[in-house]
Design a protein around this ligand. Structure first.
Ligand SMILES: [Zn+2]
Ligand SMILES: [Zn+2]
Length: 135
């Protein structure tokens, strides 16, 4: 049943499995030699179909891909737009709640919004600077 993966598709998968965990198609394209937009999209489509990768639900501004790993949540920083993994699995909880209504859930994607550590630290720094200026 599983289609054979082309060399490039394997490269895309390796890239997503590697150190870069959340990438857009453009970022993947920029990291591959001899790849075209069309073939990268074809690879991404195939990998999604085979559930080897998945798209991350963002606020719709861009499509981000990641290798399918253990279920986790995403946090998007409202300030810088960075996406962070939060290691927490809500699948069982949601499955249980959905089952009450007769639904069968096989995947849960949850996105949390807030401010990341770096942006929060910068804000504190700016705040203290302002306070020092006032004094
Ligand atoms: Zn941030
Ligand atoms: Zn993730």
């Amino acid at each position: 049943m599983a289609e054979k993966l082309t060399t490039q598709t394997k490269q895309v998968l390796d890239l997503l499995k590697g150190e870069y965990c959340h990438l857009t198609a453009e970022e993947i394209l920029a990291r591959l030699d001899n790849a075209s937009t069309a073939t990268v999209y074809r690879s991404l489509e195939q990998l999604c179909r085979q559930r080897l990768i998945r798209t991350v639900q963002t606020d719709g501004r861009k499509t981000v891909y990641e290798a399918a790993r253990t279920p986790h949540l995403h946090m998007i920083c409202r300030h810088c737009g960075s996406i962070f993994d939060i290691r927490m699995d809500m699948t069982a909880l949601v499955q249980e709640a959905a089952a009450l209504f007769g639904h069968q859930v096989d995947e849960v994607q949850t996105t949390a919004y807030g401010i990341c550590r770096e942006c929060a630290q910068k804000q504190i720094l700016n705040q203290t600077k302002k306070e020092e200026e006032i004094q």
